[in-house]
Ligand binder design. Structure first.
Ligand SMILES: [Mg+2]
Length: 343
């Protein structure tokens, strides 16, 4: 099997400010795998260093180490190839790209969507949240009103980045009483700050608070002290986090889970522990977001699925969004494999 890796850069229309810093540009690695039969599958690596601590160069180096594994993989199935890559370099952000390309290749060869390879009854649409990037009250309120007008039921606001209370209240006022309001602190707070902040934001009516603090022990303490549902995101990478039962929901990402296979396995563990899962992108490109949509469509057939953080391609400048949400939902692509073309 032939492996090709190339870099691709995408610029955000407007930098996205989180408590870990601003992201203005994304560098992605697009991977292709071509078999002897000439069928090519495409995957993508989307490490986000300020979020996951993994640089693009680190992923490139891992993919080079996978090359002999992939090129000598005749006779191995997809799971065996991904396992072999993991043994060479255990970097989920890198072997995710191999996993995606293998799923895409199988789907293209069989003329079926990836979601339909996972389950007989994938959802045809996945609910997604709108992410409001404005840091000022007026801008955030305008974005909220626009999102509701477009049919989004769930709006997400980054917190731990300045005037949280004013911004969240302005968003609620603009969105009306029915929209779900999700806040994400990216672990900006201590336990005491989190409890105080969540109490201060609660009158706006929150669907859940994502990653109020980092670490299982701290999350457990916050959850015991606030009435709002708590989700983990970054902390889901901690050993034992998926079955720890410290949160009401767990945000899973293709990149951190090591691809579609890893995400589905993680979701099964989380659901067995009694928590909900939802899927989000790390500002992935089209292939990564498509992989998230296929995984989410499969998960929706097996249990409740809160709004997913997959409506992110519209944040890039000059990109025609092949997975544009309609009425707050992304339709499962029709085409075979992941159903989108590489950048
Ligand atoms: Mg998050």
């Amino acid at each position: 099997m032939k492996l090709v890796v190339r870099r691709h850069a995408l610029r955000l229309r407007q930098p996205l400010q989180s408590s870990y810093g601003a992201v203005a540009e994304r560098e992605l690695l697009v991977v292709s795998l071509t078999d002897e039969d000439g069928v090519t599958g495409y995957g993508e690596a989307a490490p986000l260093e300020p979020y996951d601590g993994v640089s693009i160069a680190r992923v490139e180096a891992a993919l080079e180490r996978y090359r002999p594994v992939v090129e000598g993989a005749a006779g191995m199935n997809g799971a065996e190839i991904v396992d072999a890559c993991r043994r060479v370099d255990d970097l989920p952000e890198a072997f995710a790209a191999i996993d995606l390309a293998l799923w895409d290749r199988t789907g293209r060869r069989m003329g079926r969507s990836v979601a339909s390879l996972v389950t007989d009854t994938p959802a045809d649409r996945v609910p997604v949240n709108a992410t409001l990037s404005a840091l000022d009250r007026t801008g955030a309120a305008e974005q909220a009103a626009r999102a509701v007008e477009l049919g989004f039921d769930c709006l997400k606001v980054k917190v731990g980045v300045g005037d949280d209370a004013g911004r969240v209240a302005a968003v609620r006022a603009a969105a009306g009483p029915h929209a779900e309001l999700r806040v994400d602190a990216n672990g900006a707070w201590s336990v005491e700050q989190a409890v105080r902040s969540i109490e201060a934001l609660s009158p706006a009516g929150l669907e859940l608070v994502e990653e109020p603090v980092h670490g299982l022990t701290a999350v457990r303490e916050v959850r015991e002290r606030v009435a709002v549902r708590v989700a983990i995101d970054e902390t889901a990478a901690e050993h034992g986090a998926l079955t720890a039962g410290v949160a009401d929901a767990v945000c899973l990402k293709i990149s951190r889970c090591g691809g579609i296979s890893g995400l589905l396995a993680a979701a099964a563990l989380v659901r067995a522990s009694g928590a909900e899962v939802y899927v989000a992108s790390t500002l992935d490109g089209p292939l990564g977001v498509a992989a998230g949509v296929h995984a989410a469509a499969a998960l929706a057939s097996r249990g409740p699925l809160p709004a997913c953080g997959l409506a992110t391609l519209g944040m890039f400048d000059g990109l025609i969004d092949p997975l544009a949400p309609v009425e707050g939902k992304i339709a499962l692509p029709d085409g075979p494999g992941l159903g989108v073309e590489p950048l």
